[in-house]
Design a protein around this ligand. Structure first.
Ligand SMILES: Cc1cc2nc3c(=O)[nH]c(=O)nc-3n(C[C@H](O)[C@H](O)[C@H](O)COP(=O)(O)OP(=O)(O)OC[C@H]3O[C@@H](n4cnc5c(N)ncnc54)[C@H](O)[C@@H]3O)c2cc1C
Length: 288
């Protein structure tokens, strides 16, 4: 068996220096390693592994002004138990509660979930409706830049990061307290399950009228993005059964699920429409 080269830089400066020596290799970054371990991808012989476990700059959760900044190496359980996240980002708590198991959540990181860029990644739809953005570190130039999720994704399980680039911050604007949030995921069973379809929503309701709404569906399109047409239709409507049915018809045209080993296209379509109905009805119920 070939010996693998594994490096564990302690600072971003150290990673920048290391990069000049390994830039011509395929660089495999890992945080918790829970995805990498089970990956089926054949890795090139000269692959160089970079562990993020000792990079303190990528850890921690802090409130800064009207944003929350999450270090990508924060584990799912650290986020779940963070008082700041519990206070301000309930939708992320709702999503992470459905993910994996206690043991996996102790290792798995939010940066790894974003790093995969899977349309089934359960932290992705909440982050999209929250309007989160990412700070990216380029080891070649030792500089950082900010990008939105729409600039980050470029296909199913594909992102726009260059070889060796790192997510260093997840920046989340704190939502207004009056916004109602919704997250539901449907899988094969209740625990340890990969999403067949999921829906995240933020809505502001006044006297049964939807003043504002943000929607994103998981596992039903090549990349997760806002469902703009459905949102536009729902704005300034009151929620009636007629509105729900019309919204479902619009949503159906905005998603493009595929048939794979977990589900059929038709079933995913039906699930997502039903999730929208459940979301709109429960948002109205919370209001009463
Ligand atoms: C049993 C089991 C159950 C699971 N259940 C769920 C589930 O319910 N929902 C769900 O969404 N996922 C689930 N997963 C998938 C996985 O645990 C999550 O996606 C997790 O968040 C990955 O985090 P990690 O730190 O282990 O990633 P890693 O395996 O370390 O990395 C994953 C990818 O992200 C990249 N990456 C990591 N950190 C960075 C960074 N800072 N910058 C750039 N790229 C980075 C890596 O290069 C790699 O491509 C499950 C996995 C297992 C094994």
């Amino acid at each position: 068996m070939n010996k693998k080269k594994i490096f564990s830089p302690k600072t971003l400066t150290e990673y920048h220096e290391l990069y000049s020596k390994i830039e011509n290799s395929k660089i495999i970054i890992f945080a918790g390693g829970t995805d990498l371990m089970v990956g089926k991808e054949e890795l090139p012989e000269d692959a160089v592994f970079v562990s993020l476990s000792e990079l303190e700059e990528l850890k921690g959760i802090e409130k800064k002004g009207d944003t929350i900044i999450i270090g990508p190496s924060s584990t799912l359980n650290e986020i779940l138990h963070s008082p700041v996240i519990q206070e301000e980002l309930l939708i992320l708590i709702q999503a992470i509660r459905t993910m994996a198991s206690e043991q996996v959540r102790n290792r798995a990181t939010i940066g790894g979930n974003i790093g995969n860029a899977s349309p089934a990644g359960d932290t992705i739809t909440p982050l999209v409706v929250l309007g989160a953005s990412l700070t990216i570190f380029s080891p070649r130039t030792a500089t950082e830049r900010n990008i939105s999720f729409s600039e980050y994704f470029c296909g199913p399980c594909a992102n726009t990061l260059d070889n060796g680039e790192l997510i260093t911050k997840i920046i989340i604007p704190i939502p207004l307290k009056k916004m109602k949030c919704y997250f539901r995921k449907v899988g094969q069973r209740n625990a340890m399950t990969i999403t067949k379809a999921s829906l995240s929503c933020f809505a502001e309701i006044d006297n049964d009228e939807i003043l504002d709404i943000r929607l994103a569906a998981g596992s039903v399109s090549p990349t997760v993005r806002r469902l703009i047409k459905t949102e536009e239709f729902l704005k300034h409507k009151t929620i009636s059964e007629r509105t729900v049915e019309e919204a479902k018809r619009i949503l159906e045209k905005e998603i493009s699920p595929i048939t794979d080993i977990r589900s059929t296209k038709a079933f995913r379509e039906l699930l997502t429409k039903n999730l929208l109905g459940d979301c709109l009805r429960s948002i109205l119920l919370y209001e009463q």
